[in-house]
Design a protein around this ligand. Structure first.
Ligand SMILES: Cc1cc2nc3c(=O)[nH]c(=O)nc-3n(C[C@H](O)[C@H](O)[C@H](O)COP(=O)(O)OP(=O)(O)OC[C@H]3O[C@@H](n4cnc5c(N)ncnc54)[C@H](O)[C@@H]3O)c2cc1C
Length: 890
């Protein structure tokens, strides 16, 4: 249907005389709404912005409490779309105050003449999609409703203040204020007794300021937060020089970084550093007064590993104790219930020192909860406090509050967004929702939003949306709608990302825990700003993957699917490998490939400490072989696991899977003996197989000397090593021992056929390629020998084998032969457990501390090995399993 006809029908059906008709309606005139309006105008769309406030600014219009500042350095927390704008504005401080940021946004509005298309003092109440006209009708509390083709909610992640949950607020006869709705002409606190409820970011910023003026302030704290000194002042010279040295490169680096601020990725892990080195890094970060710095630059495991995180948290706790003189108050102010960074840490100016002032009282609500607010003050179950003013610094109904406050938002078939989101927000990319065509959310739940420098995320979202609208128009489409498949895939990806970081371990406003009755789950996308950007770009590059597009004169287009099926860390690693543009390993020659592997292994994080690591020699099938032994720190004897490394019978050695052996030694509480068996092409089939068996015999015979538990011998291996482990079990059965209590086969080679689907589905692009496997086979084994069970154990006799745990990865050419072996073993009556790892690739489990999502699999492997050895399944691992939570959109 031509656009003109649509317009005519729209005017009949959905417009009254007082309806404003535009291409695009935007709600909100903060950072996001202003930039979108600018972009829409430049792209030739008619647009209106509807804003409840009396002027532009959003967050910075409403949050006028004393001490309000940004906590991302202002040099980074700025628009970057126009270099001329950047030149025209100079920030006066490292962290600008609210008035300065508000002036900046006003300056932007003036510079691009934005106010003329903004209807201030206009609150959007409802939004209704009309299936017949393919338009939204937006109703407001002030003036004309709006009929628009596209509806963009730039309503802000932190713009719906959380109402107080305490009885009796209405009875209070004094003054009540909310930090998020602070009066424009300020509040006179001089000589007043002030109660502050809440110690989140707003409380932490405002409490020291209140304490300067008020006669007395009483702070009611439910949960202490980590806060770091901002060390505010002039813009730090170092970052200013970096920016001014190459502005475009600096901004580009921010766009592709994890948090939207250009910092390098940290690679050193905590256990590689001495106490003194860690202390030095920490003190430097403390002195820098920069959240992103301390959250990302100490050591690589601080945000993903509870042990690595605990080190930072303890150092911060030490700082709190140093500043706060009263030990009881210091203890109450010290957070213990969440990892550092899992809840948004705050930047402060004299926050902790404020509690040394005589006019400041801290009330620990964990010990004396508030009973009620009365006419004169606040009553806890131990005391009552008479006050003149109560300030609620209780935060926001974050991320979904302002969206859900527009009610109803009725999509296709009259479905309401609040009912669709009753169990938690569901989105595709945090930008769109299936069933709600042409609705876009800026920094919505499911996007990096509050876990990023929002200025960067807002520009990315606004650009992506406006670019899509232009592309739709150019192609004649008038609607764009996420598919259910894409949305469900995004929920899975979100959940996968959430298991990577420690956010899942804290009850915070990131998870909706601060609002009673709100569905719980990690709402922001935790996979990082740069990866997120690349995913959004990939959606476009793959023909609007996961979107249905329709238009009156064009055929419907729907390229359905999931944009990310890999685990997030696998995606990152494969992306980095692709960028390295390496020649295929099989073209390097055997020695070249070995050299390459050695170099490659040097770049990985050092394996974690175990009780003892030692080298030795054992007797192989045709001479001595080196081995490496990993002994747990617990007192022995321990069951022994004979381990065979991966490398296609050609590459690797007894130490090439060092991080894996260490990790499994720690998790199982068992000795791992990694065997340096002979390699092809120097030693072709059956050298590796025979060495594997001979080594196992030797270790069985020397169990006691090695510190092992007699009769508790297991075998394990990865890839070609899995092949050797499987073969060893068959040979031990057929050649009179030794007795093997269990076998762990990780992505094993089990057969010589290349016909199974995984060989074609995953033949390229996942590091282990079909070509590389052909090469390994050619170097190791002549075609005539390939059906021998000593290289193709799937073709051997399978009954009477030890119980097995077989792990396979979805994106691995070897996936299907591993599954086939598990199924064949089960058929032969062998007890088998299978792990079919979704989104993983061939190397996932051995890339310890790189592919973090491999942890769950290794935990299961360790539990299986312990069961095989008749030990209780809960091993000695120190990292707790990821807590099961209902991840947003999940
Ligand atoms: C105190 C504070 C400090 C912060 N510091 C930082 C920082 O340092 N770095 C950082 O990255 N982020 C920070 N943030 C987050 C901040 O919210 C974002 O950086 C950014 O300002 C969000 O811009 P926005 O345009 O998306 O939303 P907002 O600025 O929240 O603007 C949304 C606008 O939509 C309007 N609106 C909402 N619903 C309706 C409706 N139904 N009808 C009409 N109008 C409506 C609101 O009135 C508001 O003006 C901070 C937030 C707070 C509260």
């Amino acid at each position: 249907m031509p656009e003109a006809m649509v317009e005519t029908r729209a005017s009949d059906a959905t417009r009254s005389a007082s309806t404003q008709v535009v291409d695009v309606a935007v709600v909100g005139a903060g950072f996001a709404g202003l930039y979108i309006l600018h972009r829409l105008r430049k792209a030739g769309f008619s647009a209106v912005v509807l804003e409840e406030a009396a002027d532009v600014g959003g967050t910075w219009y409403w949050n006028r409490y004393p001490g309000a500042r940004c906590d991302i350095q202002t040099i980074d927390y700025s628009y970057t779309f126009d270099p001329e704008l950047e030149k025209a504005w100079t920030w006066s401080e490292k962290y600008a105050t609210q008035p300065e940021i508000l002036r900046y946004l006003g300056f932007v509005a003036d510079r691009y003449d934005l106010r003329r298309d903004i209807r201030f003092g206009t609150k959007v109440k409802q939004a209704t999609w009309d299936d017949t006209t393919d338009r939204w009708l937006i109703t407001t509390d002030n003036g004309a409703s709006v009929s628009c083709r596209y509806y963009i909610m730039a309503t802000g992640c932190l713009s719906a203040p959380k109402p107080p949950e305490i009885d009796g607020v209405k009875d209070f006869k004094g003054e009540i204020y909310f930090t998020g709705r602070w009066p424009h002409d300020g509040v006179n606190l001089k000589g007043k007794r002030v109660a502050v409820i809440g110690t989140g970011s707003s409380g932490i910023q405002s409490i020291p300021m209140f304490a300067q003026d008020a006669a007395h302030i009483t702070v009611f704290q439910r949960t202490p937060n980590f806060a770091l000194p901002a060390h505010n002042g002039p813009q730090p010279a170092e970052r200013k020089t970096m920016l001014e040295g190459d502005r475009a490169a600096y901004r580009e680096q921010a766009r592709w970084s994890m948090a939207g601020v250009p910092y390098p990725q940290q690679t050193v892990v905590s256990w590689q550093l001495s106490d003194a080195e860690r202390r030095e890094r920490f003190e430097k970060a403390w002195a820098a007064g920069d959240l992103v710095h301390i959250l990302t630059q100490l050591w690589a495991d601080q945000g993903v590993d509870v042990d690595g995180n605990a080190i930072v948290a303890d150092l911060i706790r030490e700082k709190i104790r140093e500043v706060v003189k009263d030990p009881e108050i210091a203890a109450a102010l010290t957070p213990h219930d969440h990892p550092f960074g899992a809840k948004r840490p705050c930047l402060d100016t004299n926050y902790y020192a404020t509690y040394n002032q005589p006019n400041v009282t801290l009330v620990n609500l964990r010990q004396e909860p508030i009973q009620a607010i009365t006419a004169t003050g606040i009553v806890t179950d131990k005391r009552s406090f008479d006050v003149d003013i109560i300030v609620f610094a209780t935060g926001f109904d974050a991320m979904t509050g302002a969206i859900m406050a527009v009610h109803p938002i009725s999509g296709r078939g009259g479905k309401s967004l609040s009912s669709v989101w009753a169990g938690g927000p569901q989105t595709y990319l945090g930008l769109t929702v299936a069933g709600f065509p042409n609705l876009f959310m800026i920094t919505g739940p499911g996007s990096p939003s509050v876990l990023s420098n929002m200025a960067v995320s807002i520009e990315q979202h606004a650009d992506w949306v406006v670019d899509r609208l232009v592309a739709l128009r150019d192609a004649g489409f008038t609607t764009m709608e996420a598919t259910e498949t894409a949305q469900a895939g995004w929920a899975r990806h979100m959940a996968d990302c959430a298991t990577l970081t420690l956010h899942r371990l804290a009850n915070t406003w990131y998870t909706g825990a601060n609002v009673p009755g709100k569905a719980q789950g990690v709402m922001p996308y935790t996979g990082g700003v740069g990866p997120y950007r690349s995913i959004c770009n990939e959606v476009v590059a793959q023909g609007m993957l996961g979107f249905k597009l329709t238009g009156p004169n064009v055929a419907e287009q729907c390229n359905d699917g999931e944009v990310v099926r890999l685990q997030p860390d696998v995606r990152l690693v494969l992306g980095m490998l692709a960028q390295m543009n390496l020649p295929p390993i099989e073209t390097m020659g055997a020695q070249g490939a070995r050299d390459f592997l050695n170099e490659f292994n040097k770049a990985r994080p050092a394996g974690r400490p175990v009780g003892e690591v030692g080298d030795g020699m054992l007797q192989g099938a045709d001479g001595p072989l080196p081995y490496k032994l990993y002994r747990p720190a617990t007192s022995g004897p321990h069951p022994i696991v004979v381990y065979f490394h991966g490398g296609g019978w050609v590459l690797g050695d007894q130490q090439s899977d060092d991080p894996f052996c260490r990790d499994m030694c720690r998790r199982t509480g068992m000795i791992f003996v990694s065997v340096g068996y002979r390699h092809a092409p120097e030693h072709r089939f059956p050298a590796a197989a025979e060495d594997g068996y001979a080594a196992t015999r030797w270790i069985a015979e020397h169990t006691t000397e090695l510190g092992g538990t007699p009769g508790r011998l297991l075998v394990a291996g990865w890839s070609a090593g899995g092949n050797i482990a499987a073969v060893t079990c068959q040979l031990a059965r057929d050649r009179g021992g030794p007795e093997i209590a269990g076998q762990l086969l990780v992505s094993p080679v089990t057969d010589c056929s290349f016909d199974r689907p995984s060989y074609s589905e995953n033949g390229t692009g996942y590091f282990l390629t079909r070509g590389l496997m052909y090469w390994f086979w050619d170097l190791y084994c002549s075609p005539a020998d390939r059906t021998d069970p000593r290289v193709a154990p799937l073709r051997g006799k399978l009954d009477g084998l030890p119980p097995a745990f077989i792990a396979t990865s979805e994106f691995d050419p070897l996936r299907d032969e591993g599954i086939a072996y598990a199924e064949a073993l089960a058929k032969a009556g062998v007890p088998v457990e299978q792990l079919k790892a979704r989104g993983q690739f061939h190397s996932s489990f051995t890339m310890v501390d790189v592919i973090i999502t491999g942890v769950n699999g290794r935990m299961k492997m360790a539990q299986a090995l312990r069961r095989f050895a008749d030990l209780p399944a809960d091993a000695s691992e120190r990292t707790p399993p990821p807590r099961e939570i209902n991840v947003a959109a999940g």
